[in-house]
Design a protein around this ligand. Structure first.
Ligand code: FRU
Length: 466
């Protein structure tokens, strides 16, 4: 069937987590349970559109090699018949609790949402318990994506919501036992007029700071910011007595690239806070033009990123385990005076470039397609690619808060993550270019000044589906 559609999978990804086939969107229910990492995900196994949302399920011992299990949740009940939407997982007394949103289209064509629970003894088979509570009246049916955490003896849930006057917000619930929930009110007073809906709220309890991450819809572009159709960002502050108190009302975009949305965090057994996001192409016309559709699949997740707060910024770094992907590493600093173009054997690469002092400017093209450029005068870092629908070049930029001293790039055949200055900024994006080369090329010599490390790692393929 797939072969008949002309499957060649030249744009497949091999170390980013994707669905076996069909459409993947949000990471869900991230948890370290029974000595394994579990990643559940929004999955339409029947096609590449946003229908039939199940919870796909992949497990891993090391965040590198993944095994796919049967979907954990399927939209088979009256309360989730049009989709088992996003949510989270929590372990209590050796059992795994999944909280998710049941999406229902009613007879009048309207939407109903139910916050539901499913419980498992083994982390593989789940028993649905149905809706947990009725919603308060002052909100529309856009109530979804429950995220659970525990503080002292209390369980908390934050929920994405929309007020009756169509403003995005988040609601908070509390429970003494994870089963009985009471509505506490709105999660924070800051950003009262910030888009029409907040999706996928999450609370990160980090060592020195609490971080509220959410994905608001309806934010207008402002300079280089908010250029994507929907955003994902964070606010720093403190969660206390059922309210999030923001340090200032700054909403900072978590990723500056074209494709990053709906991230979720979890704490693992080593005490790390790790985030996965969804690298989905979003405006519907662009999504419909993604060339992997003819190969029967679309989108993938970001790499797992360990997050911390340093100097009032969320720092994101690929988890250390990703170093296990390295097959062969070449330190090419010794050849730097000759380097203009570099060609490699594998499309899966990691590149590390470190400067002692920042370069004045540069332009660097990867794969004849993605251009990364920098202007020290403005501290402006820009990533440019060709839009696969319009064939026009398009950019995303950020003004760094410190001189550029390090870039770390993860490349695959249609995907790239760029970590800047040790993860103070990240750009994630897809690209689809017909010309298949494993080439990267620097457009001027300015970048060579002050380089202290230049390493290329060829990476292993760990997600092999075909
Ligand atoms: C975010 C989102 C969530 C929802 C899910 C449905 O991408 O819209 O709000 O639960 O996707 O797949």
């Amino acid at each position: 069937m797939l072969e008949e559609q002309g499957k060649d999978d030249k744009y497949s990804v091999h170390y980013h987590l994707r669905a076996p086939h069909g459409l993947i969107n949000d990471p869900n229910g991230l948890v370290y349970f029974n000595k394994q990492y579990h990643v559940f995900f929004q999955w339409n196994p029947e096609g590449t559109t946003h229908e039939n949302k199940t919870w796909g399920h992949a497990v891993s011992d090391d965040l590198i090699e993944w095994d796919y299990l049967e979907p954990a949740l399927k939209p088979t009940d009256w309360f989730d018949k049009n989709g088992c939407y996003s949510g989270s997982a929590f372990e209590k007394d050796g059992k795994l609790y999944l909280f998710y949103t049941g999406n229902v289209r009613n007879a009048e064509g309207g939407r109903e949402s139910y916050q539901c629970l499913a419980v498992s003894e083994d982390g593989v088979h789940f028993e649905k318990k149905g809706p947990l509570f009725e919603h308060p009246k002052m909100y529309t049916a856009h109530l979804r994506d429950p995220k659970i955490w525990k503080e002292d003896e209390t369980y908390w849930m934050v929920l994405g919501a929309q007020t009756e006057d169509l403003k995005g917000t988040a609601l908070v619930y509390r429970s003494p036992d994870i089963l009985n929930w009471t509505f506490e009110g709105e999660f924070m007073d800051a950003l009262p007029d910030f888009g029409y809906m907040w999706e996928c709220p999450d609370v990160l309890k980090l060592e020195n700071k609490d971080v509220f991450v959410f994905s608001p819809q309806g934010i207008e572009p402002e300079g280089v910011m908010y250029q994507n159709i929907f955003q994902t960002g964070y606010v720093l502050g403190q969660f206390q007595d059922g309210k999030f108190h923001s340090d200032n009302e700054d909403f900072v975009e978590m990723d500056r690239g074209f494709e990053f949305y709906a991230p979720q965090s979890f704490k693992d057994d080593k005490g790390r806070t790790i985030v996965f996001g969804w690298m989905g192409a979003m405006p519907p016309e662009e999504e419909a033009a993604v060339p992997t559709i003819k190969d029967g699949w679309i989108h993938h997740l970001s790499l797992p990123r360990e997050v911390k707060v340093q100097n009032n910024r969320l720092i994101q770094q690929p988890v250390d385990e990703l170093k296990l992907l390295r097959l062969q590493s070449s330190d090419i600093l010794g050849y730097i005076s000759q380097i203009e173009k570099v060609r490699f054997n594998t499309p899966e690469q990691e590149i590390e470039c470190v400067w002692k002092e920042e370069p004045a400017s540069f332009a660097w093209t990867l794969r004849n397609e993605v251009a990364v450029s920098y202007e020290a005068a403005e501290k402006q870092l820009t990533v440019e690619r060709t839009n696969w629908l319009t064939s026009k070049r398009e950019t995303r930029s950020v003004y760094l808060d410190a001189p550029l001293t390090a870039l770390r790039v993860f490349l695959e055949d249609s995907s790239m993550e760029l970590y800047v200055n040790g993860g103070r900024e990240v750009f994630s994006l897809r690209y689809f270019n017909e010309q298949r080369t494993d080439l990267w090329e620097w457009q001027n010599d300015n970048w060579k000044e002050h380089v202290s490390q230049l390493t290329v790692h060829e990476l292993k393929k760990t997600v092999i589906l075909n």
